[in-house]
Design a protein around this ligand. Structure first.
Ligand code: GTP
Ligand code: SPV
Ligand code: MN
Length: 582
């Protein structure tokens, strides 16, 4: 027996499924599963001509987003998980959560899903095995990862895989736990069938577990899109960008250049996760470990993200969107006016009072369907990054863009970024919180140690990427976004590349290097100069308040916080004329 077979046998003994199916990832297997889910109503077939090969899944209404308060790091010491993670001792996890797995799959089929994160054959790829009682999860994993036989072939008789045990349980939030054992590299998830809670290759493995492996091995697992930017004449640059959930990663990764005719093109390498390493050339290299997109549906339309629209017009699993009686999917932002007789995301006639599609409704679609994929997207060695971008959703305070002074300052800005919460996780929406590197819910270990790891990585990079901060979401007094966003974000990327090349103007401010409106290429954009000024304004009073918030966040992290970050905060406070408080 291989180590994989031994582990599967062990979990089967605990969960006691009626049958066990090893998934090979073949078309025939997929067809059987789809057939079964259509007949038991797990999935609904959508319109054969308007949405060929597309299906709709409606999740349980209490299971529509990641549940951060039910997500745990079960490290031996609480200190290892750190103050920003929920912690459970491994013993507690075994008794409290382990007990829930006893016999949980009785009468159900357990699917064994071997999968690879990263391009097949890449030295940076990693194997996971998810055992799940949800055929919907299997269908999603088949899109999101390289699943089935290729994964087993890559694994062979090795014990180097990340096991993940998943059961929908009874779907009750009272018995829902997403637990990570970082020392054992093991994942347990029960009580949810949704997204990041259940597709264990994604946030659980490729971020939480991978971040701890990366710390130990000297690389990084980050919540980042990766894009390729081609300039006139063919020069290409790669950019990694970390924004919190539902803050624009997929959209930026699929950006359609408004200056395409002038030779500026953007292509997609990844939209959510990047595994980063230091190359022999001293640059930072990025690989997208995923094979598909699990993207936010609302707001996706022909004007905002035509690339995503083209990607999802066939062979896509939609979760929690609205639908017409004849099976055409619909969501807010798809087009101007909703069709008649719409059924909302719960399948009820839509009375037009609330949202028809759930705000966190999602599409699952293979990357190979995306017309903007870069030829390099599956390159086993990855792509070299010229710039890293961090950003959040901030109605106020943060300007459209600024550059940090160096790696250490960049790490400080990333570590202290704030963003408004979104529907991607349960809980209140629109509350500003610190979301360091967009990793607050995804860092598998102590956040202070994670910052130290970032600083350590910088010392290994002889040609580090420049680090920027952006905010597409600043609003005016009328509450409307000041910046057109989407494709026009290209103009901000172009300024970044100018800066990387030692061109492009900027003025020194206390927070970093901010362009003047004239430093940005705004040609053909109908943006009043006063709006551009407002977008780029650094409001010292607002930043003084920010400093206090950062200070209390740093206080929470305690003495493990790298001293460099404390010093950078003091320097910022000084520049703003804020008196240091203890
Ligand atoms: P996750 O998949 O949850 O990690 O989200 P994400 O970071 O990929 O965000 P996504 O690109 O799906 O965007 C989330 C929401 O923000 C969608 O409703 C988008 O339409 C909207 N959005 C994205 N980019 C922009 C932008 O540049 N400007 C504005 N105003 N909205 C944007
Ligand atoms: C996110 O919340 O960042 C997502 C969706 O990408 S989920 O897979 O549910 O985590
Ligand atoms: Mn996304």
């Amino acid at each position: 027996m291989t180590p994989a077979e031994r582990w599967v046998e062990e979990v089967a003994k605990t969960t006691r499924p009626a049958s066990l199916v090893w998934c090979d990832g073949s078309d025939a297997e997929h067809a059987r599963l789809m057939e079964q889910m259509l007949s038991d109503r797990t999935l609904q077939q959508l319109h054969p001509r308007q949405a060929p090969g597309c299906t709709l899944h409606r999740s349980h209404p209490s299971d529509v987003a990641r549940t951060e308060h039910l997500t745990f790091i079960a490290s031996r010491s609480q200190e290892a998980a750190g103050p920003t993670n929920n912690w459970m001792s491994p013993q507690d996890a075994r008794s409290r959560v382990g007990a829930l797995f006893e016999g949980v799959m009785q009468g159900r089929t357990a699917y064994v899903v071997p999968y690879v994160m990263g391009p097949l054959g890449s030295p940076f790829s990693k194997v996971g095995i998810e055992v799940t009682d949800s055929p919907y999860v299997v269908a999603n994993m088949r899109i999101m990862t390289r699943m089935g036989k290729p994964a087993l072939d890559q694994l062979g008789a090795s014990e180097d895989f990340v096991p993940g045990l998943h059961s929908v349980g009874d779907l009750s939030p009272d018995r829902r736990f997403i637990v990570h054992f970082p020392e054992e590299r093991l994942i347990w998830s029960i009580g949810s069938g949704y997204g990041g809670n259940a597709l264990l290759g994604k946030k659980c493995f490729a971020l939480r577990i991978a971040s701890t492996i990366a710390r130990d091995q000297g690389w990084m697992a980050e919540h980042m899109l990766i894009l390729e930017l081609e300039l006139p004449g063919g020069e290409t640059h790669y950019v990694g960008a970390a924004f919190p959930s539902a803050c624009g990663k997929t959209n930026l990764a699929m950006l359609v250049s408004p200056l395409e005719e002038l030779g500026y093109k953007v292509r997609t390498v990844g939209d959510d996760i990047a595994w980063l390493r230091v190359g022999d050339d001293g640059r930072l290299w990025a690989v997208n470990p995923e094979a598909g997109f699990f993207g936010v549906v609302p707001g996706t339309g022909p004007d905002t993200n035509p690339t995503a629209m083209a990607t999802i017009d066939h062979d896509t699993i939609f979760t929690n969107v609205a639908v017409t009686p004849d099976g055409i999917p619909w969501w807010e932002g798809k087009d101007k006016s909703p069709p008649a007789d719409l059924l909302d995301w719960q399948g009820k006639p839509w009375d037009r009072s609330g949202k028809a599609a759930h705000p966190n409704s999602r599409f699952t679609v293979a990357a190979r369907q995306c017309p903007s994929m870069s030829p390099k997207w599956e390159d086993p060695k990855g792509v070299p990054l010229s710039a890293l971008v961090f950003g959040g959703r901030r109605a106020r305070v943060a300007p459209l863009v600024f550059e940090t002074r160096d790696w250490e300052h960049g790490v400080f800005v990333a570590a202290t970024m704030g963003s408004e919460t979104t529907a991607a996780a349960t809980g209140q929406v629109g509350v500003v919180r610190r979301d360091p590197m967009a990793m607050l819910p995804f860092c598998g270990y102590n956040m202070a140690d994670y910052f130290a790891h970032w600083l350590r990585m910088g010392r290994k990079l002889s040609r580090p990427p420049a680090i920027f901060h952006v905010n597409w979401f600043r609003t005016g007094p009328d509450g409307k976004f000041l910046w057109p966003g989407f494709g026009q974000n290209l103009r901000v990327l172009l300024w970044m590349i100018d800066r990387v090349k030692g061109k492009g103007g900027a003025i020194e401010t206390p927070i970093g290097l901010v362009p003047k409106p004239t430093d940005l290429n705004l040609d053909g954009l109908d943006l009043p100069h006063t709006t551009a000024e407002e977008l780029l304004r650094v409001d010292k009073d607002a930043w003084a308040v920010e400093v206090q918030e950062i200070r209390s966040f740093f206080d929470r992290l305690g003495p493990r916080l790298p001293a460099e970050l404390g010093r950078t905060l003091d320097a910022l406070a000084h520049k703003l004329g804020v008196t240091a408080s203890a």
